[in-house]
Design a protein around this ligand. Structure first.
Ligand code: SAM
Length: 231
């Protein structure tokens, strides 16, 4: 009997980034909830893990929560994984963790891969205080978020798709000023990993001429005391 939900981070590109403890938990769990069972089967197969999987994603999580809570109450150990990184970080996970805690069910998150931390450290910007914003709203609320973030003095971390990168950099430049130092981390932990640092204006120019591919994190230096000169 081990009634518990364990949230298990999985690699963001390099399968060797899985931790020994993550492998042990995934092997010993009674059930693995996976965002996409086909994607996760590649990881499980590589490490010889045969635990039964069920799908748990943004389109079925409300329905699944009820079933999962019941299984845990019956004494099952349930592990939650997403396609990549830490569940709950711009991925499903928050709802299940909250519902478990409200029901008095123990929840534990293992430490492990997530894209925001390596991007933050690679940027070279202050990492003592930072704010993670995930994806900017695509339409409604985007402008007010950009206005709010322009005044942020801590380092700001954003997730972005390659298709929207240039537009987002241009808007960031518009709101934060073209001289704001920024960093784009692409394909972290993968063969074609790239970290590009520069002002927003330099990054706009680069990505205007070089169409990006793959997964992207944008890191922005917080607004400095001399921000008037950044506008
Ligand atoms: N749960 C994940 C985490 O802990 O980082 C995030 C999942 S979110 C759906 C996917 C976004 O994370 C991508 O669009 C990209 O912004 C970022 N991301 C994930 N893997 C990445 C990688 N290898 N390199 C750069 N960014 C990555």
């Amino acid at each position: 009997m081990c009634s518990k939900l364990i949230i298990v981070p999985t690699p963001i590109g390099n399968l060797e980034d899985i931790t020994l403890r993550a492998l042990k938990v995934l092997q010993e769990a009674d059930l693995i909830l996976a965002e996409d069972t086909r994607t996760s089967s590649i990881l499980l197969k590589k490490f010889g893990i045969t635990t039964h999987m069920a799908s748990y994603h943004m389109h079925n999580e409300h329905r699944q929560v009820v079933t999962v809570l019941e299984k845990i109450r019956q004494g099952k150990l349930v592990a939650l994984i997403s396609d990549a990184g830490t569940p709950g970080i711009s991925d499903p996970g928050f709802l299940l963790a909250r519902e478990c805690l409200e029901e008095g069910i123990p929840v534990e998150c293992l430490p492990g891969p997530t894209a925001l931390i390596p991007a933050l450290i690679n940027s070279g910007f202050p990492a003592d205080r930072f704010c993670f914003e995930g994806f900017l709203p695509v339409k409604k609320g985007r402008r007010s978020r950009l206005e709010f973030l322009a005044a942020e003095t801590r380092t700001v971390i954003l997730y972005e798709s390659p298709f929207r990168l240039l537009k987002t950099l241009e808007q960031l430049s518009q709101y934060m000023g073209p001289d704001r130092p920024a960093c784009v981390c692409r394909e972290l932990t993968k063969i074609h990993q790239e970290t590009r640092r520069g002002t927003l204006s330099e990054l706009c120019q680069w990505y205007g001429q070089n169409t990006p591919k793959g997964e992207i994190v944008i890191v922005l230096k917080g607004r400095g005391k001399d921000h008037e000169t950044e506008q």
